[in-house]
Design a protein around this ligand. Sequence first.
Ligand code: ZN
Length: 140
Amino acid sequence: MRVEKCKSKFNVFFIRLDPGEEVITTLEKIAVENDIRFGFIFGIGAVKNVEIGYYTGKRYVRNRLYEFFEVTSLIGNISMLKDKPFVHCHITLGKESGEIIGGHLFKAEISYTMEIMIIATEQPILERKYDEKTKLNILS
Ligand code: ZN
């Protein structure tokens, strides 16, 4: 376990993503352009052409989905990995039937719109580093 008390000031960004934009790469671009090095992401919207993953403890099983979905929840964070902003998001997707699926978000294309808020600290609190135990880039 690791606990860090945040003494930094916060900046809040409200973002609308538009049809055709890819969620992860667009958020990473926004992070670079606005010098966001640590923050939390919250969003809702609608997407298609999605790739989500499930981590088995050794590797990600990837699942490509080509339907249109409601994004009932996009949640994640931004941190620095090797001097570049890294966006880590999980997503919950609603189907027409009302069923939901979700997982680690690799990519998703905006179908209609997405409304996102980023709460960013002025100073980075933690950064990502490779961890031998989990084989993941974890917050350190
Ligand atoms: Zn994840």
